[in-house]
Ligand binder design. Structure first.
Ligand SMILES: Nc1ncnc2c1ncn2[C@@H]1O[C@H](COP(=O)(O)OP(=O)(O)OP(=O)(O)O)[C@@H](O)[C@H]1O
Ligand SMILES: [Mg+2]
Length: 557
């Protein structure tokens, strides 16, 4: 009897061990439930997913040491440097194996609202070895990361709407430097292309036209030491001919931009009104005096982008959406473009031709608040020392902003694609399932179903069906990277991170209570933007009127 019991116990143990460590090739009847149980037990999720050897060789510390030779030339040969200096921890897969991403691999993350994307991105930012640009619609990212990031370098906040009572630390004038035509062209492009052309036929044509004229206005205003409100006035048809006059008379002005502005007079009414509409939408935020204040810095109030990059700073761009887009979206897009440009330029002068440590552009809610040309950036940023993480609710959101081609390019050029549970967009789920591929699995049949003449029992089945992706346990995600097998990982969240907890315990990280208390105080005692001087907190919407005939009104006169 004892022996029978022993044999039974041993057999049960063997069956359990086999179930746990040798995922069979059998197709389970309840795949979703079966997978969830295995994931909760931190076991291999099933056939077709990455093996331990693959995790070790392609996702582990060793792989990151190999990749750091190109991503961190300054650390070459320093094998004992912590892995977080050379990689980003994306999550932990079966048997708690760490999944690391090299610092030159972009990622795109899809998640429904409240899915945990900010928590994950904040965890990445906490330990990122280089400077970070973070875009967000709430102050949660700032609250989760500011205390820890402050130890690495200076914190910069640009929060023109005063969200969460987080004070802005600088203002930024997009006309700064536009005395150089190349700078004016870059800034005008950023403004014009950030206007959503949804539903507009031939949207990029109108954006290009708007950029053609804006660059002339920007250049003229910078040369005449005028500000962006003056440009808004020109755009709406006020002071006709003034910008052209400045460009044709000022010493050092690019005359061809005056010719370009002159072309405007020859355009048909319909064309000119559409172009004017695009330009005025990009500057619409100036109508709100409080937002206009954000582009009128006083001496020493501006952001020094090269030192932000050099000092491993962290820059938070915080804005909330009104309707589809945030009113300051063009301004944010212009600032982000400038940072991207400066980082690439600085990197080209460094060892390996890339920024070291790299710049992270953590683009949360990017489609609404910072509509930068992500598809074109993704194509070549990795080699310049700029890593981009794009966050979206689904592919439809990417298509809405960058069109079907742009969305395709984002998928093609993002090395790591991460899907969190709860997505209900079937296109996104089907694309994820198709990327995971198929594998032969043996169908389970009852005694009656099993006939000799039936087809091959090892049919090919999807490794992850759309419903398996949608129903992953909370805080888990499916990750597909390059040519590797799919992996399911448990994602680390910032609020479970020891650095965050430590900073919070030490009283550095603002608790939610402190934030709400501060918000209540601010609410009772306006004006809210205490970091800005009283004069600029309520600037005139339009600069004081002066006629072009005023002698000596411009610096060169
Ligand atoms: N500090 C925290 N501690 C514990 N749980 C948190 C914390 N902050 C958020 N959560 C939980 O995490 C979930 C949402 O996380 P997160 O804000 O990262 O999601 P999200 O996808 O960015 O959401 P949204 O779409 O609203 O931006 C919520 O269920 C929330 O309860
Ligand atoms: Mg969020």
């Amino acid at each position: 009897m004892k022996i029978v019991l022993l044999i039974t116990a041993a057999a049960l143990v063997l069956i359990a061990v086999k179930w746990a460590f040798l995922p069979g090739r059998r197709l389970r009847r309840h795949r979703v439930r079966h997978q969830r149980i295995r994931l909760r037990l931190r076991l291999h999720p099933g056939k077709g997913h990455a093996t331990i050897a693959e995790l070790w060789w392609r996702w582990g510390r060793l792989a990151m040491n190999r990749s750091s030779r190109r991503t961190r030339p300054a650390l070459t040969g320093r094998l004992l440097t912590p892995a977080r200096q050379k990689s980003v921890l994306a999550g932990r897969s079966h048997y708690r194996h760490a999944l690391r991403l090299p610092l030159d691999e972009h990622a795109v993350i899809f998640s429904p609202p409240r899915g945990g994307k900010t928590g994950w991105l904040a965890r990445v930012i906490l330990h990122y070895p280089g400077p970070v640009l973070s875009t967000t619609t709430k102050h949660d990212m700032y609250e989760l990361t500011a205390a820890v990031r402050a130890r690495k370098g200076p914190l910069h906040v640009f929060n023109p709407q005063g969200i969460g009572a987080v004070a802005s630390t600088f203002r930024w004038n997009p006309l700064e430097g536009c005395e150089e035509p190349a700078v004016a062209i870059r800034r005008a492009d950023a403004f014009a292309y950030s206007v959503s052309q949804k539903g507009v036929e031939d949207g990029s044509f109108w954006a290009a036209k708007a950029s053609d004229y804006l660059r002339g206005y920007f250049h003229a205003a910078a040369i005449a030491r005028l500000d962006l409100r003056h440009v808004a006035q020109w755009v709406s048809g006020g002071r006709p001919g003034e910008a052209e006059d400045i460009l044709s008379t000022a010493p050092g002005a690019a005359r061809y931009l005056a010719d370009q502005l002159a072309e405007m007079r020859g355009e048909s009414n319909k064309t000119i009104s559409t172009v004017r509409m695009t330009m005025s939408r990009s500057l619409a935020f100036l109508a709100d005096p409080a937002l206009a204040a954000s582009v009128l810095p006083e001496d020493g109030e501006s952001l020094d982008i090269p030192s932000f990059l050099r000092e491993t700073g962290t820059l938070y761009l915080i804005a909330e959406t009104r309707g589809e887009d945030a009113p300051v979206a063009p301004l944010f897009a212009c600032l982000a473009s400038e940072i991207h440009y400066t980082a690439a330029l600085a990197g080209s002068l460094l060892l390996g031709g890339r920024l070291d440590p790299p710049l992270l552009m953590a683009l949360d809610e990017v489609t609404q608040i910072c509509p930068v040309p992500v598809p074109s950036w993704l194509a070549d940023s990795g080699g310049k020392g700029i890593q981009i993480i794009t966050v979206a609710h689904g592919e439809a959101q990417l298509r809405g902003r960058w069109g079907a081609n742009g969305a395709r390019i984002i998928m093609d050029t993002s090395g790591a694609k991460i899907w969190l549970p709860g997505i209900s967009d079937t296109d996104t789920l089907n694309a994820a399932s198709a990327l995971c591929g198929e594998t032969p699995m043996k169908e389970t049949r009852t005694l009656f179903e099993h006939h000799r003449d039936q087809h091959d029992p090892y049919d090919r089945h999807p490794i992850m069906t759309p419903d398996m992706i949608r129903q992953l346990p909370a805080r888990y995600a499916l990750i597909v990277r390059g040519g590797m097998s799919p992996v399911i990982a448990r994602l680390p969240m910032a609020w479970t991170d020891s650095a965050y907890k430590h900073a919070r315990r030490a009283g550095h990280a603002a608790t939610n209570r402190a934030v709400s208390e501060r918000a209540v105080q601010e609410w009772e005692a306006p004006p809210r933007r205490s970091a800005w001087s009283a004069e600029h907190a309520r600037p005139d919407a339009i600069p004081p009127s002066a006629s072009w005939d005023d002698p000596g009104r411009y610096p060169w006169q």
